[in-house]
Design a protein around this ligand. Structure first.
Ligand SMILES: *Cc1c(COP(=O)(O)O)cnc(C)c1O
Length: 375
C-alpha cells in the first residue's frame, strides 16, 4: 500500500503555528504590525519597489486596473489559459477582455498574437506566467512601450522566478502575486501588488478599504469607491515565515523538476506522444510540472487511473473563452486552437516543497504505465 500523493500541499512549520497563536493572543487580529512588516519584507525582496498586501491575488489585479483608470470601452488583452480570475477582473471593471492564443511550447501568451490583437481601444495587457515561467519580458515591455499600454502582470504563480537574474516583481509595471494555499508561498489566502509610485500606493490603499482616507482623530473622507480587501495579521505572519523559505522552496522545486526530466528520460516524448514543459532550471520557479497528454487518452481517464495508483493529478487550465460567461460574449471554439488543444489535454503532476525525489520516481512510473496502456 502506498500513501496518496496529492499534486500540491502547503508546508506550514511549527514555528509558524506558534507565531499565529501569538497573533491570536495579541488582541490585534486584523491588519496591523505583521501586515506592515510583511509589506516591508516583500518590498525589500522586490528591489525596494512599493508593495501592498490584500486578501487575494484576484483583487490585486482588479485594483491595478482601477488605478490605471481602465473601464468601459477599454480593451484588455490576456491569455485564455489561466484561472478565470485573470479575465473576470477585466469584466469586473467594465472593460472588454480580448484573448491572444498561446505558444504551445511555453503555454504562455504568444507575443506575436498579442501584437496582432492590439487595436486603438487596447489599454492594457495581463500576461500570465503559467507554472511560474516568465514570458520574454524584454519583448513584452517593448510591445507595451510601443503601443503605450499598461501591464498588469498576473504573476500569481511566479514568486521566485527571475528574468535575466532579476526577480519577477522587481521590475516592470504592476505586478500581482497570489498567496493562495497552492502557490509556492502562501498566507492561506492573500496576495500582493507591486506598484510604481506613492500616488498609486495611496490609491491602492483606498481601493483596499472602502476608499477611506483618515486624518486626525475623527477626520475621515471617502472619495473613491473602494472595497474590503485588506490582509489580516494572521495571514501576514504565515507569509513572513514562508518568505524566509522562498529561496529554499524555489531551489527544491527546480531540483524536483530536473529529476522529472532525468527519470522520464530523453525518449519519453517520442515514445508516448506526451509533451513536457521546456527544460529550463534557471528562471522558472516550477510552480507546476505540467504535461500535455497524447490524444490516445482523455484527461479524465488519465486522472482516474493515476488516482487508482495513489497519485493526485490537477489540471491548469480549461480555456477561459469557452466558459458560458464568455461564450455569451461571443467567444467560441476554434478561436484559439493552441489554447483549446492544451486546455483539453494538460495535466499538473505532483510538485510541492515537501515532496521527495522518490515521489517523483513513483509519479513517473505510474504515468509511464498509464500512458503505455492507453485509453
Ligand atoms: C491563483 C491564481 C490567481 C488567483 O489568485 P487568488 O489569490 O486565488 O485570488 C490568478 N491567476 C493565476 C494565474 C493564479 O494561479
Amino acid at each position: 500500500m502506498t500513501t496518496f500523493l496529492p499534486f500540491s500541499k502547503p508546508t506550514i512549520d511549527e514555528a509558524t503555528i506558534a507565531d499565529v497563536g501569538d497573533v491570536l493572543r495579541s488582541g490585534w487580529i486584523t491588519s496591523g504590525p505583521k501586515v506592515a512588516e510583511f509589506e516591508k519584507r516583500l518590498s525589500a525582496y522586490f528591489g525596494g519597489r512599493p508593495v501592498r498586501t490584500f486578501n487575494s491575488g484576484t483583487c490585486t489585479m482588479e485594483i491595478a486596473l482601477r488605478i490605471a483608470g481602465i473601464g468601459a470601452g477599454d480593451e484588455v488583452i490576456t491569455t485564455p489559459i489561466s484561472w478565470p480570475a485573470t479575465a473576470n477582473v477585466i469584466l469586473e471593471v467594465g472593460a472588454t477582455p480580448v484573448f491572444a492564443d498561446i505558444d504551445p511550447v511555453t503555454r504562455n501568451m504568444d507575443l506575436d498574437k498579442l501584437e496582432a490583437a492590439i487595436t486603438p481601444k487596447t489599454r492594457a495587457i495581463i500576461p500570465v506566467y503559467l507554472a511560474g515561467k516568465p514570458l520574454d519580458m524584454d519583448r513584452l515591455y517593448a510591445i507595451a512601450g510601443k503601443y503605450k499600454l499598461r501591464v498588469i502582470e498576473d504573476a500569481a504563480q511566479a514568486i521566485g522566478s527571475t528574468w535575466r537574474g532579476k526577480p519577477i516583481g522587481s521590475f516592470g509595471d504592476f505586478v500581482s502575486f497570489s498567496f493562495q494555499a497552492n502557490k509556492n508561498i502562501t498566507t492561506s489566502e492573500g496576495g500582493c501588488l507591486v506598484l510604481n509610485n506613492a500616488e498609486e500606493v495611496a490609491l491602492a490603499e483606498k481601493y483596499r478599504l472602502q476608499g477611506v482616507t483618515r486624518g486626525n482623530w475623527d477626520e475621515i473622507d471617502v472619495d473613491v469607491l473602494g472595497g474590503k480587501y485588506n490582509m489580516t495579521d494572521i495571514a501576514a505572519v504565515i507569509g513572513l515565515h514562508q518568505l524566509d523559505k522562498l529561496d529554499a522552496i524555489t531551489a527544491h522545486r527546480r531540483k524536483l523538476a530536473k529529476h522529472y526530466f532525468d527519470v522520464l528520460g530523453p525518449d519519453f516524448e517520442r515514445q508516448t506522444g506526451a509533451q513536457l514543459p521546456p527544460a529550463e532550471f534557471e528562471e522558472t520557479n516550477w510552480h507546476l510540472f505540467q504535461v500535455v497528454l497524447p490524444d490516445t487518452i482523455t484527461r479524465p481517464q488519465f486522472m482516474e487511473r493515476m488516482k487508482a495508483l495513489d497519485i493526485g493529478v490537477g489540471f491548469h487550465y480549461a480555456p477561459i473563452h469557452l466558459f458560458t460567461l464568455y461564450r455569451e460574449r461571443g467567444f467560441h471554439e476554434g478561436m484559439f486552437p493552441a489554447a483549446e488543444q492544451v486546455g483539453r489535454q494538460i495535466v499538473s503532476l505532483p510538485m510541492f516543497y515537501a515532496m521527495t525525489e522518490a515521489d517523483v520516481e513513483r509519479t513517473c512510473a505510474a504515468m509511464k504505465a498509464v500512458l503505455a496502456r492507453g485509453a
